[in-house]
Every structure is written in structure tokens, then in C-alpha cells.
Design a protein around this ligand. Structure first.
Ligand code: ASP
Ligand code: MG
Length: 412
């Protein structure tokens, strides 16, 4: 008998039919002899609706009251799920975040989990019940309701799994798993059977939206295997596991793209200590998150600095950069919002030389110019012209042999 946490996302709970469908799956797992704890999101669109109401009634909603309101989406689905399970003749009981004492800090709208009291869950499991916990919500030390940030019910599920020392955590969503690339962009993309926590973290930070990044960090920290799968089919999804448990050793396991950034260059700034610190602290003070940064070699005491920011923030960053350029006596600024960041991610990069050169060669063969490069231990990102996004993704997917049936390579 295993203890399994099953988390259902909004699309898997959109309407009573989907909830009944999920309930049948939960009961099947129970009848197969496992203990089951369920964590639910709100119905698809419900959190957006509640957030909209809050902003309609106040331009700047009180964060405490905002959390009281938006947490109700998950409270609804937890009770409905229990009713659906009970209708199948199985005992079940719901718990709010407060009732299982998901204790968080006081950072309303983006609280972090500090502890969970699993005793009430264990009691219910002991009497043979299926426990349903409302995701996304907790309470702070004073008992105020808090929420964990958008997509936070993934984190709730993994935290509950960690606290219960569950055998694994299943994340039910509307996609089949984690793919080697976006199938809409790369038709040859295929579902990965297994991927490591670190690869998943890189992919999530590059914009692959199947899992909340905090949930993956939590799972890695506590060694909880995650099974990302679709509630619309019975197929196995993708397991997110430790490196040792990733059997299929791929040099590269994914190709991702991001067309949501813009590039800013400031030319001819003094190459003296403190200039970069000043520029980037002004940008971060304005609430903008910088991604890739490249600084040129210095000539005659001056240098150029190029960086990317979310496209939607460009209009905020440009006047700021103009002011700094004037202040530093810089030669000028330019920007480009038709760029794309293309990345390859893979554990195998650690012990295979030549991934970067292969990537750059393939792009050059397609006539694609590389404007910026950024690497981590298991990732290489390049910034290119946006119009080449599809070509670049397909070419890289092919050269790294990620297509159906070709992905497996013997370790060398
Ligand atoms: N319902 C919340 C949201 O939409 C939490 C979640 O679904 O994970 O952000
Ligand atoms: Mg969600």
C-alpha cells in the first residue's frame, strides 16, 4: 500500500462532470489499495474571476481581504470533491488550509509555507477516508488566511506530500506531461518519460508552465517523485525525479523558447566600478526583472551593456535608461522588442563537451544570427531575431535527436 497525493488543477475541475470524473479516478486509486490525499485547485477561471471582483471594487484591494476572497475558489472545489467521492460510496472529508494548519509567513498573496500539521489528515486516513485539502491557502501565525501566489496549489500538494512522506505526488493537468519542446512549435516533440528536478527547474524558469517552480524546488528538497499527467487520459505522464532515477540519458532533454522579452543596449558608458550596480539597481527598484545580461569588452575606458527585460516592461525601462545614459554621458541607447530566447536544457551537458558548438553551428547553418548567449551548468540560451523562433526550435530539436523514437543514447 502506498500513500499517494493527487493534485487536480483547474481544468481538471472545470464543472461538475470533470469533478465527478476526478472523483472516480481518486476512488479507483483508493480501491487499488492505496491511501489517497487529494489537493484541489479552484475551478478553471474561478481565481481570475475572484481577482477581477477584488479589483473592480477597489483599485488597490487590501491584501488580507484579497486572500480571504481568492482562497474561496479552492474551498468550493474541496467540498464539491468530497461530495462527489461520497456519492461513490467512499468516506471522505475536506480540510481548508487553516484546518490542516498549513502555516505560512504573513506575506499575503505570495505567502510561503513554514509547516503543516498532518495529524488531522492521518486520523482521517486511519478511518479509511479520502482526504481532500483545499490548495493555494494557508494561515499565518495570527490565523489570518493567506494564499501562496498564482499556481500555488502545486506547491500545496507537494508540501502535503512532503509532510506526509507520501510515496509520490500526481499532478493532474490538461497536458500529457512534459514535452521535449512545445508541440505547437515543433511537431516532432514527444513526451518525456522522466526528467530530473534540475532540468524541470530550468524548464519552468524558461517558461514551461506545467508546474509551479516552487513546487519543483520543494519536491527536490524532500525527494518527492512527481508524476505530471493528464486527467483527460489514462496514459502515463512524465515523472520528475532525482538524477539517479532518470534512466533515459539525454544530452539535451528539451528545447524551449520565449518571445516575451525585449533587448536594451546602452552604448559607451564609463567602464568604472559602480556603473552596472547603479543601472541594475535602478531597474530592479522599478520592479522590473532583468534576464540575460552581456557586457562588452572595454575600449578606452568605455563599454556597452545589453540586457533583456519582459517586453511589457520596456516602456517603463526606456525612459529610465535614457536618464541614466544622460547622467553617465553615454553614447546612446537602443532597444529591440522582436527577439526570442531559445534554450536547450539537459543534464548530459555536464559531461558532454560540444553542446554549445553544436547548437551554434546548427543556427549558423540556418542563417540565424546569435545576438546574446547565456549559460548555466545544464542550459544554454541564445537570443535571436524573433522571426526565426520556429526554425531554430525545429533545427535544434532535430540535431539533438529529440524526436519520436530517436532520443535514447547510450552513455559514453
Ligand atoms: N487557483 C489558484 C490559481 O489559479 C491556484 C492554482 O490553481 O494553483 O492561481
Ligand atoms: Mg492552476
Amino acid at each position: 500500500m502506498s500513500l499517494i497525493v493527487q493534485k487536480f488543477g483547474g481544468t481538471s475541475l472545470a464543472g461538475l462532470d470533470r469533478i465527478r470524473h476526478a472523483a472516480r479516478r481518486i476512488v479507483e486509486t483508493r480501491k487499488a489499495g492505496h491511501e489517497v490525499v487529494v489537493v484541489v485547485s479552484a475551478m478553471a477561471g474561478e481565481t481570475d474571476r475572484l481577482v477581477g471582483l477584488a479589483h473592480d471594487i477597489s483599485p488597490d484591494p487590501d491584501p488580507r481581504e484579497y486572500d480571504v476572497l481568492v482562497s474561496t475558489g479552492e474551498t468550493q472545489t474541496s467540498a464539491l470533491m468530497v461530495m462527489a467521492v461520497q456519492a461513490l460510496g467512499v468516506p471522505s472529508r475536506s480540510f481548508t488550509g487553516a484546518q490542516v494548519r498549513v502555516r505560512t509567513d504573513t506575506a499575503h498573496t505570495r505567502a510561503r509555507i513554514q509547516a503543516i500539521d498532518v495529524a488531522p489528515i492521518r486520523d482521517e486516513l486511519a478511518r479509511g477516508a479520502i482526504v481532500v485539502v483545499a490548495g493555494f491557502q494557508g494561515t499565518d501565525q495570527e490565523g489570518n488566511i493567506t494564499t501562496l501566489g498564482r499556481g500555488g496549489s502545486d506547491t500545496s500538494a507537494v508540501a502535503v506530500a512532503a509532510a506526509l512522506k507520501a510515496d509520490w505526488c500526481e499532478i493532474y493537468t490538461d497536458v500529457e506531461g512534459v514535452f521535449t519542446s512545445d508541440p505547437n512549435m515543433v511537431p516532432a516533440a514527444r513526451k518525456l518519460e522522466r526528467v530530473s528536478y534540475d532540468e524541470m527547474l530550468e524548464m519552468a524558469s524558461l517558461g514551461v508552465k506545467v508546474l509551479q517552480i516552487r513546487a519543483v524546488k520543494f519536491a527536490k528538497q524532500y525527494g518527492i517523485p512527481l508524476h505530471v499527467r493528464s486527467s483527460f487520459s489514462d496514459e502515463e505522464g512524465t515523472w520528475v525525479v532525482t538524477e539517479e532515477d532518470v534512466m533515459e540519458r539525454l544530452v539535451v532533454s528539451g528545447v524551449t523558447y520565449n518571445r516575451g522579452e525585449a533587448k536594451v543596449t546602452i552604448f559607451g558608458i564609463p567602464d568604472t566600478p559602480g556603473v552596472a550596480a547603479r543601472i541594475f539597481s535602478e531597474i530592479s527598484d522599478s520592479g522590473v526583472v532583468v534576464d540575460v545580461i552581456v557586457q562588452n569588452v572595454s575600449t578606452r575606458g568605455h563599454t556597452d551593456l545589453t540586457f533583456t527585460v519582459p517586453r511589457g516592461d520596456l516602456s517603463r525601462v526606456l525612459p529610465l535608461m535614457q536618464r541614466l545614459a544622460d547622467e553617465f554621458g553615454a553614447a546612446g541607447i537602443t532597444s529591440d522588442d522582436s527577439i526570442a530566447k531559445i534554450s536547450v536544457v539537459g543534464l548530459g551537458m555536464r559531461d558532454h563537451a560540444g553542446v554549445a558548438s553544436k547548437m551554434f553551428r546548427v543556427l549558423s547553418e540556418e542563417g540565424i544570427n546569435i545576438e546574446m548567449i547565456n549559460t548555466s551548468e545544464i542550459k544554454i540560451s541564445v537570443v535571436i531575431e524573433e522571426k526565426y523562433t520556429e526554425l531554430a526550435c525545429r533545427a535544434l530539436h532535430e540535431v539533438f535527436e529529440l524526436g519520436a523514437g530517436t532520443g535514447i543514447s547510450e552513455e559514453s
